[in-house]
Ligand binder design. Structure first.
Ligand SMILES: [Zn+2]
Length: 142
């Protein structure tokens, strides 16, 4: 028995269910984030983080949701099928490019990302990373 060979990821793409909106991620993701805040848990998303117009591009018109309690992020959805596409910082820090994260659940080729470690983030209470579980995407995919 040998371990499957994991090819380096040079580019990932994701598309919403109806095909209206897509994203392109042009970096090697090292981990994915599962967050338990009320927005992320209800949407069932997995995030990979990047920088807008550097290693992440989103194509297609979206609708935007900003939570009214502590809204420093915009959550973008497909206006047709409703899939969660990405979040992006509303106000990037001065002199910095905008942080953005795309929803890995929309990956066009999920087999590319099954080996990536999952980072659990407690966005509900402490706003800190919780202890690593050793899980990979494969363990929690479905
Ligand atoms: Zn759609």
């Amino acid at each position: 028995m040998s371990n499957p060979i994991v090819e380096p990821i040079e580019q990932l793409t994701g598309t919403c269910h109806c095909g209206t909106v897509s994203w392109r991620y042009s970096a090697e993701p090292h981990r994915v984030t599962a967050c338990n805040c009320t927005v992320c848990s209800k949407a069932g998303v997995l995030w990979i983080y990047g920088t807008e117009d550097v290693d992440v591009a989103v194509h297609g018109k979206t609708t935007c949701y900003i939570r009214d309690d502590h809204g420093d992020l915009e959550f973008h959805h497909c206006p047709t099928c409703g899939n969660t596409i990405c979040w992006r910082l509303i106000e990037p820090k001065a002199g910095e490019k905008r942080q953005i994260a795309v929803n890995l659940r929309l990956a066009d080729t999920p087999e590319q990302i099954m080996h990536l470690p999952v980072r659990h983030f407690d966005g509900l209470m402490s706003f800190k990373e919780t202890t690593g579980s050793g899980e990979t995407v494969r363990d929690i995919w479905y």
